[in-house]
Write a protein that binds this ligand. Structure first.
Ligand code: 13P
Length: 253
């Protein structure tokens, strides 16, 4: 493994700022000896304000708008996030794509705004159950990557998260073969699209029902550089266990 492994906790619409603060403090205290894994906390926007974390911990946001400011009720700009100490921003999460109808064009605008602000996008891609069943997985992943990264010149600041929609919040995890197949496809697509960049330095992580029980098997899959965790990141014990498992396994990867 070349990229530093990442374990990111996407809390979605959970936890008040007070809860976020004590969760992060407690987790940090339980992870004092972790330094080989980047840990990213992604609370709701309100949990980002006045939250201070240090290496190997970072803050991430779950969404952003591509404009700097203006009449966009309910939106937030990358500048506002940066001022809160955010380093990463999730873009194209399946809930944004499927519940809020975000298009690849919007996702691409957001990726560009995030990179322009010197923050790191976590670009989520993934197929639905129907798309997988009808053999469209490769085409969907290719489209999401090519359109989402249009006009981006370098992979230097990018995390790609492969999150099959059917594995999110369902308790169904993608098999080792499915994860390794999708991730090698992602690498192939990126190496064609970014022939000048070193793909090995770009972390590609997996998300979809990751728990302490399946983390060891999944992080052992060649090409998996970490996890984007939903449900299991809401509980201190399960989130910190996943991080400790990744920290242990990467030594031998
Ligand atoms: P779960 O881990 O709850 O399946 O959610 C995954 C996810 O959507 C992370 O972004």
């Amino acid at each position: 493994m070349v990229a530093t492994p990442i374990v990111a906790g996407n809390w979605k619409m959970n936890k008040t700022p007070t809860e976020a603060c004590s969760f992060i403090q407690e987790s940090v205290n339980l992870l004092l000896d972790i330094d080989r894994v980047k840990v990213i906390f992604l609370p709701p926007f309100t949990g980002l304000f006045d939250m201070h974390v240090e290496h190997p911990f970072s803050l991430g946001a779950q969404n952003c708008h591509w404009e700097d400011q203006g009449a966009f009720t309910g939106e937030i700009s990358v500048g506002m996030l940066k001022d809160c100490g955010v380093s990463y921003v999730i873009v194209g999460h399946s809930e944004r794509r499927h519940v809020f109808s975000e298009t690849n064009d919007w996702i691409n605008r957001k990726v560009k705004a995030i990179i322009a602000a010197d923050l790191i996008p976590i670009l989520c891609i993934g197929e639905t159950f129907e798309q997988r069943k009808s053999g469209q997985t490769n085409q969907v992943l290719e489209e999401q990557l090519q359109d989402g990264l249009e006009m981006i010149n370098s992979l230097e600041k990018l995390v790609v998260a492969y999150e099959p929609v059917w594995a999110i919040g369902t308790g169904i995890t993608a098999s080792v073969e499915q994860v390794s197949g999708a991730l090698s496809l992602v690498r192939d697509i990126l190496s064609i699209q970014f022939s000048d960049s070193n793909i090995d330095n770009s972390p590609i992580i997996y998300g979809g029902s990751v728990t302490p029980t399946n983390a060891e098997e999944l992080i052992s899959v060649p090409g998996v550089d970490g996890f984007l965790v939903g449900g299991a990141s809401l509980n201190i014990e399960s989130f910190t266990s996943i991080i400790k498992i990744v920290d242990k396994i990467i030594l031998n990867k």
